[in-house]
Design a protein around this ligand. Structure first.
Ligand code: NAD
Length: 439
């Protein structure tokens, strides 16, 4: 089988590499010439563990290739996956579908009328988008033999390859038996390992993705609010999370408190679903509240740091560990750091930071931040250490040595990666989220 994947970002590149690993001849397309040039040289434009080896292996085997030439990639493909970005539209929070529709129009123009093709939206798109993609293609090429399908992606950055190769489920939405057969053939290796498959309508599939992401955002927001209550009543949120998470109806995952969810998906997808629901006169008030709480939470985190520093950070030096929205990625989209660090700077702080993979992206978004080569460098002479991302390498830091490099012993751990007793033993005033600190 042969496929084209349009967009070589976090989803397109991983999906393309994984399909080629399944044995499918895959051509990845991007309009960003710089990205394609790097990929052709064997360089990976994003940080995703294991992706370099997977791309190299399949490119060498001749199953995976890269191009900016969309028509050449689309002609003769059994399926064309649209994996372009769907960011928030400026001003109103709806998903911006201009990249999806532009890709659909380009695909339409390139379809080979003698070949049947399935056009698949892998991007996260609101209900109705698949039908509009079909309309665009039919209008441009009335004679084309095609169907549309929705196949939302559930991979997580940082563990994207494993998530794609061993997903909890695959969701495929289409009205066409023929398209279903093509999708079944493409995912054959996952059928063999008995991955649950949900075959459904286009609309249902589109909604499943948003319902999943907004549910997870609500779960995080729930535990964040419980953490705030724990602080007031002297309870420990980790024990609460364990105590409720062991109930299978609740589940253990996504019950870790922090500075508020961020990243390339939850913020934009919660907003987009809120907008869709309002448009259809069926508001999702619970998600509207989640969005509001999370926005306020990210902003309130700078206040926590200021309070931990005695009420003012003017002229103080804050050493930051981690700026990406989560570990094992270089993705800075909607990272809490983008709210917290500028607020600290505005309050007069000097900010130095270290991140194992995010510096390149973060430098463009966080002006005035000094960048250190490692964690100890970021904390040298600092009046406060601030943990924003739970990279594994931070968990192993020598707290005694950190303490000695700093000017004053204040540690604000918004990911709860340290043990309060250890922090206290090292001489820190330790502030964390939802459990008794040691101040
Ligand atoms: P991204 O911004 O990293 O990549 C999108 C790529 O598409 C860019 O390289 C861009 O140059 C390219 N592109 C845009 N228009 C194009 C066109 N007409 N022709 C060729 N290339 C084009 O985006 P991403 O993070 O991979 O997300 C893609 C979609 O997948 C979004 O809808 C997102 O919500 C969804 N998604 C993302 C994740 C994630 O963890 N990042 C997970 C699941 C779903």
């Amino acid at each position: 089988m042969r496929i084209a994947v349009i967009g070589t970002g976090y989803v397109g590149l991983v999906s393309g590499a994984c399909f080629s690993e399944f044995g499918v001849e895959t051509i990845c397309v991007d309009k960003d010439q710089g990205k394609i040039e790097r990929l052709l040289k064997g360089e990976i434009p994003i940080y995703e563990p294991g992706l370099d080896a997977l791309v190299e292996k399949n490119a060498k085997a001749g199953r995976l290739s890269f191009t900016t030439d969309l028509p050449a990639a689309v002609a003769g493909a059994d399926a064309v996956f649209i994996a372009v970005g769907t960011p928030s539209r400026r001003g109103d929070g709806h998903a911006d579908l201009s990249y999806v529709y532009a890709a659909a129009a380009e695909i339409a123009a390139a379809l080979d009328p003698d070949d049947y093709t399935v056009i698949v939206t892998k991007s996260t798109v609101p209900v109705g988008t698949g039908r509009e993609v079909a309309r665009i293609i039919r209008k441009t090429r009335p004679e084309a033999d095609f169907d549309v399908a929705s196949n939302p992606e559930f991979l997580r950055e940082g563990s994207a390859i494993e998530d794609f190769m061993r997903p909890d489920r695959v969701v495929i939405g289409t009205d066409s038996d023929r398209a279903r057969q093509v999708m079944r053939a493409l995912y054959r290796p996952l059928f063999l390992i008995e991955t649950p498959m949900v075959f459904t309508s286009l609309e249902t599939s589109e909604l499943i993705k948003y319902a999943a992401n907004t549910f997870l955002a609500a779960k995080i927001t729930f535990i964040n609010e419980v953490a705030d209550l724990c602080e007031k009543v002297g309870a420990d949120v980790h024990d609460v999370a364990k105590g409720i998470g062991l109930d299978n109806r609740i589940g253990k995952k996504f019950l870790h408190p922090g500075p508020g969810y961020g990243g390339s998906c939850f913020p934009k997808d919660t907003l987009a679903l809120v907008k869709t629901a309002q448009d259809y006169g069926s508001p999702l008030r619970i998600i509207e509240t989640v969005v509001d709480i999370n926005d306020k939470r990210k902003k309130a985190m700078a206040e926590r740091v200021i309070a931990a520093c005695g009420g003012s950070v003017a002229g103080k030096r804050i050493g930051v560990l981690g700026v990406t929205f989560k570990p094992n990625t270089d993705d800075m989209r909607d990272a809490p750091a983008l709210d917290i660090l500028p607020a600290l700077q505005a309050a007069g702080a000097m900010v130095a930071a270290y991140d194992p993979a995010g510096r390149h992206e973060a430098e463009k978004l966080l002006p005035g931040v000094e960048w250190a080569a490692d964690a100890y460098g970021a904390l040298e002479g600092a009046d406060c250490a601030l943990v924003l991302t739970e990279w594994n390498e931070f968990r192993m830091l020598n707290l005694g040595r950190l303490r000695k490099t700093m000017n004053s012993p204040v540690l604000v751990d918004l990911r709860n990666i340290f043990n309060p007793e250890d922090a206290e033993m090292a001489g820190f005033a330790y502030h964390c989220v939802g459990r008794p600190g040691r101040v």
